[in-house]
Ligand binder design. Sequence first.
Ligand code: MN
Length: 231
Amino acid sequence: MSYVFPPPPVVSVPVVGREQRFAVHRIYCVGRNYEEHAREMGFTGREPPFFFMKPADALVVVPPDEVVDVPYPPLTANYHHEIELVVAIGVGGKQIRAADAMRHVYGYAVGLDMTRRDLQSDMKKQGRPWCIGKAFDHSAPIGAITPAAGAGDITQAEIAVQVNGQDRQRSLISKLIWNIPETIEHLSAAWELQAGDLIYTGTPEGVAAVVSGDTMTGTITGLESIQVRVV
Ligand code: MN
Protein backbone atom coordinates (compact mmCIF):
# COMPACT_ATOMS: atom_id res chain seq x y z
CA MET A 1 0.00 0.00 0.00
CA SER A 2 1.22 3.47 -0.79
CA TYR A 3 -0.35 6.90 -0.47
CA VAL A 4 -0.30 10.01 -2.64
CA PHE A 5 1.05 11.90 0.38
CA PRO A 6 2.31 10.72 3.77
CA PRO A 7 -0.69 9.81 5.98
CA PRO A 8 -1.10 11.80 9.21
CA PRO A 9 0.40 10.26 12.33
CA VAL A 10 -1.78 8.29 14.75
CA VAL A 11 -3.00 10.65 17.48
CA SER A 12 -2.23 9.19 20.90
CA VAL A 13 -2.18 10.07 24.60
CA PRO A 14 0.31 8.80 27.19
CA VAL A 15 -0.93 6.40 29.87
CA VAL A 16 0.21 6.77 33.47
CA GLY A 17 2.52 3.90 34.46
CA ARG A 18 2.69 2.33 31.01
CA GLU A 19 5.01 2.46 28.02
CA GLN A 20 2.14 1.94 25.60
CA ARG A 21 0.10 4.93 24.49
CA PHE A 22 -3.66 5.23 24.04
CA ALA A 23 -4.38 5.55 20.30
CA VAL A 24 -7.29 7.94 19.74
CA HIS A 25 -10.24 7.18 17.48
CA ARG A 26 -12.87 9.92 18.01
CA ILE A 27 -13.59 12.73 20.47
CA TYR A 28 -17.19 13.01 21.66
CA CYS A 29 -18.28 15.88 23.88
CA VAL A 30 -21.37 16.22 26.08
CA GLY A 31 -23.18 19.57 26.16
CA ARG A 32 -24.54 21.18 29.36
CA ASN A 33 -23.96 18.30 31.77
CA TYR A 34 -23.78 20.27 35.05
CA GLU A 35 -26.89 22.08 36.29
CA GLU A 36 -25.18 25.33 37.26
CA HIS A 37 -23.43 25.54 33.89
CA ALA A 38 -26.69 24.83 32.03
CA ARG A 39 -28.17 27.71 34.03
CA GLU A 40 -25.31 30.11 33.22
CA MET A 41 -25.87 29.27 29.53
CA GLY A 42 -29.55 30.14 29.89
CA PHE A 43 -31.15 26.71 30.29
CA THR A 44 -32.96 24.97 33.14
CA GLY A 45 -34.14 21.47 33.87
CA ARG A 46 -32.87 18.03 32.92
CA GLU A 47 -32.85 17.52 29.19
CA PRO A 48 -31.59 14.37 27.46
CA PRO A 49 -27.82 14.55 26.94
CA PHE A 50 -26.66 15.86 23.59
CA PHE A 51 -23.34 15.46 21.86
CA PHE A 52 -20.95 17.17 19.53
CA MET A 53 -17.53 16.09 18.27
CA LYS A 54 -14.04 17.40 17.82
CA PRO A 55 -11.52 15.95 15.38
CA ALA A 56 -8.91 13.70 17.01
CA ASP A 57 -6.13 15.96 15.74
CA ALA A 58 -7.55 18.86 17.78
CA LEU A 59 -5.96 17.19 20.84
CA VAL A 60 -3.06 18.91 22.54
CA VAL A 61 -1.27 16.37 24.72
CA VAL A 62 -0.04 17.83 28.01
CA PRO A 63 2.53 15.55 29.69
CA PRO A 64 2.71 15.54 33.50
CA ASP A 65 4.73 18.42 34.98
CA GLU A 66 5.03 20.27 31.68
CA VAL A 67 3.50 23.53 30.55
CA VAL A 68 2.27 23.23 26.99
CA ASP A 69 1.54 26.25 24.78
CA VAL A 70 -1.67 26.59 22.79
CA PRO A 71 -2.08 29.38 20.25
CA TYR A 72 -4.87 31.92 20.77
CA PRO A 73 -7.22 30.86 17.95
CA PRO A 74 -8.29 33.08 15.05
CA LEU A 75 -11.74 34.65 14.50
CA THR A 76 -12.62 35.01 18.20
CA ALA A 77 -12.56 37.69 20.87
CA ASN A 78 -14.07 35.40 23.53
CA TYR A 79 -11.95 32.27 23.95
CA HIS A 80 -13.27 30.22 26.90
CA HIS A 81 -11.96 27.42 29.09
CA GLU A 82 -14.23 24.48 29.97
CA ILE A 83 -12.58 22.05 32.38
CA GLU A 84 -13.86 18.50 31.88
CA LEU A 85 -13.41 14.91 32.98
CA VAL A 86 -12.44 12.84 29.93
CA VAL A 87 -13.50 9.19 29.81
CA ALA A 88 -11.29 6.97 27.65
CA ILE A 89 -13.07 4.00 26.05
CA GLY A 90 -11.06 0.77 25.94
CA VAL A 91 -13.72 -1.65 24.70
CA GLY A 92 -16.14 -0.64 21.96
CA GLY A 93 -19.82 -1.45 21.63
CA LYS A 94 -23.24 -0.19 20.64
CA GLN A 95 -26.44 0.09 22.67
CA ILE A 96 -24.45 -0.37 25.85
CA ARG A 97 -26.63 -0.39 28.94
CA ALA A 98 -25.65 1.83 31.84
CA ALA A 99 -25.35 -1.26 34.07
CA ASP A 100 -22.65 -2.67 31.73
CA ALA A 101 -20.99 0.62 30.79
CA MET A 102 -18.06 0.62 33.18
CA ARG A 103 -16.62 -2.51 31.50
CA HIS A 104 -16.02 -0.31 28.45
CA VAL A 105 -14.01 2.35 30.30
CA TYR A 106 -10.23 2.20 30.05
CA GLY A 107 -9.41 5.23 32.16
CA TYR A 108 -9.74 8.94 32.78
CA ALA A 109 -7.94 12.18 32.04
CA VAL A 110 -8.21 15.91 32.67
CA GLY A 111 -9.33 17.80 29.57
CA LEU A 112 -10.16 21.30 28.41
CA ASP A 113 -12.98 21.81 25.91
CA MET A 114 -11.67 25.14 24.60
CA THR A 115 -14.45 27.16 23.00
CA ARG A 116 -14.74 30.19 20.73
CA ARG A 117 -17.81 31.33 22.68
CA ASP A 118 -18.68 34.24 20.41
CA LEU A 119 -18.73 31.99 17.35
CA GLN A 120 -20.64 29.24 19.17
CA SER A 121 -23.26 31.77 20.31
CA ASP A 122 -23.63 33.14 16.77
CA MET A 123 -24.11 29.63 15.40
CA LYS A 124 -26.68 28.82 18.12
CA LYS A 125 -28.68 31.94 17.27
CA GLN A 126 -28.68 31.06 13.61
CA GLY A 127 -29.43 27.37 14.20
CA ARG A 128 -26.16 26.40 12.54
CA PRO A 129 -23.62 23.72 13.57
CA TRP A 130 -21.23 24.49 16.42
CA CYS A 131 -18.11 23.20 14.66
CA ILE A 132 -16.47 26.58 14.20
CA GLY A 133 -16.95 27.36 17.88
CA LYS A 134 -15.89 24.00 19.24
CA ALA A 135 -13.96 21.83 16.79
CA PHE A 136 -11.09 24.12 15.82
CA ASP A 137 -7.38 23.31 15.83
CA HIS A 138 -5.79 22.85 19.29
CA SER A 139 -9.23 22.99 20.94
CA ALA A 140 -8.82 19.86 23.07
CA PRO A 141 -5.94 19.88 25.57
CA ILE A 142 -5.71 16.59 27.49
CA GLY A 143 -3.49 15.17 30.20
CA ALA A 144 -2.11 11.65 30.57
CA ILE A 145 -4.75 8.93 30.95
CA THR A 146 -4.91 7.15 34.31
CA PRO A 147 -6.24 3.58 34.01
CA ALA A 148 -9.56 3.28 35.88
CA ALA A 149 -8.17 0.93 38.52
CA GLY A 150 -5.59 3.55 39.52
CA ALA A 151 -7.90 6.57 39.55
CA GLY A 152 -9.65 5.99 42.88
CA ASP A 153 -13.38 6.68 43.07
CA ILE A 154 -13.73 9.14 40.20
CA THR A 155 -17.40 9.75 41.05
CA GLN A 156 -16.26 11.49 44.24
CA ALA A 157 -13.48 13.56 42.63
CA GLU A 158 -13.21 17.33 42.66
CA ILE A 159 -12.70 19.10 39.31
CA ALA A 160 -11.18 22.56 38.98
CA VAL A 161 -9.37 24.98 36.73
CA GLN A 162 -7.31 27.94 37.83
CA VAL A 163 -6.11 30.74 35.59
CA ASN A 164 -2.87 32.37 36.70
CA GLY A 165 -3.37 30.73 40.10
CA GLN A 166 -6.91 32.05 40.64
CA ASP A 167 -9.93 29.73 40.83
CA ARG A 168 -12.25 29.93 37.82
CA GLN A 169 -14.19 26.66 37.95
CA ARG A 170 -14.46 24.27 40.91
CA SER A 171 -17.05 21.54 41.32
CA LEU A 172 -17.57 17.84 41.90
CA ILE A 173 -17.88 14.99 39.41
CA SER A 174 -20.87 13.85 41.49
CA LYS A 175 -22.74 16.90 40.13
CA LEU A 176 -22.80 15.56 36.57
CA ILE A 177 -26.44 15.58 35.39
CA TRP A 178 -25.80 12.43 33.33
CA ASN A 179 -23.21 10.30 35.09
CA ILE A 180 -20.57 8.26 33.28
CA PRO A 181 -22.62 5.04 32.74
CA GLU A 182 -25.69 7.03 31.65
CA THR A 183 -23.62 9.10 29.24
CA ILE A 184 -22.16 5.94 27.68
CA GLU A 185 -25.65 4.44 27.38
CA HIS A 186 -26.97 7.49 25.51
CA LEU A 187 -23.86 7.96 23.37
CA SER A 188 -23.66 4.31 22.30
CA ALA A 189 -27.32 4.38 21.27
CA ALA A 190 -26.37 6.93 18.62
CA TRP A 191 -22.87 5.76 17.59
CA GLU A 192 -21.02 2.46 17.89
CA LEU A 193 -18.22 3.24 20.30
CA GLN A 194 -14.72 2.06 19.46
CA ALA A 195 -11.65 1.44 21.56
CA GLY A 196 -9.80 4.74 21.42
CA ASP A 197 -12.83 6.99 21.73
CA LEU A 198 -12.63 9.86 24.21
CA ILE A 199 -15.67 11.42 25.88
CA TYR A 200 -15.41 14.97 27.23
CA THR A 201 -18.18 14.75 29.80
CA GLY A 202 -19.14 18.41 30.17
CA THR A 203 -18.09 21.37 32.27
CA PRO A 204 -19.29 22.88 35.54
CA GLU A 205 -20.18 26.55 36.03
CA GLY A 206 -17.62 29.33 35.83
CA VAL A 207 -16.62 29.24 32.17
CA ALA A 208 -14.80 32.43 31.24
CA ALA A 209 -12.35 33.94 28.80
CA VAL A 210 -8.58 33.56 28.66
CA VAL A 211 -6.15 35.75 26.75
CA SER A 212 -2.57 35.45 25.54
CA GLY A 213 -0.18 35.02 28.45
CA ASP A 214 -2.71 33.24 30.70
CA THR A 215 -1.80 29.86 32.17
CA MET A 216 -4.59 27.39 32.95
CA THR A 217 -4.07 24.64 35.52
CA GLY A 218 -6.66 21.86 35.31
CA THR A 219 -7.04 19.32 38.11
CA ILE A 220 -9.21 16.34 38.97
CA THR A 221 -8.62 14.38 42.18
CA GLY A 222 -6.68 11.19 41.43
CA LEU A 223 -5.63 12.19 37.87
CA GLU A 224 -2.61 13.92 36.35
CA SER A 225 -3.02 17.72 36.30
CA ILE A 226 -2.50 19.78 33.16
CA GLN A 227 -0.90 23.16 32.63
CA VAL A 228 -1.65 25.04 29.42
CA ARG A 229 -0.41 28.49 28.46
CA VAL A 230 -2.18 30.62 25.85
CA VAL A 231 0.30 32.24 23.48
MN1 MN B 1 -17.82 21.36 27.08
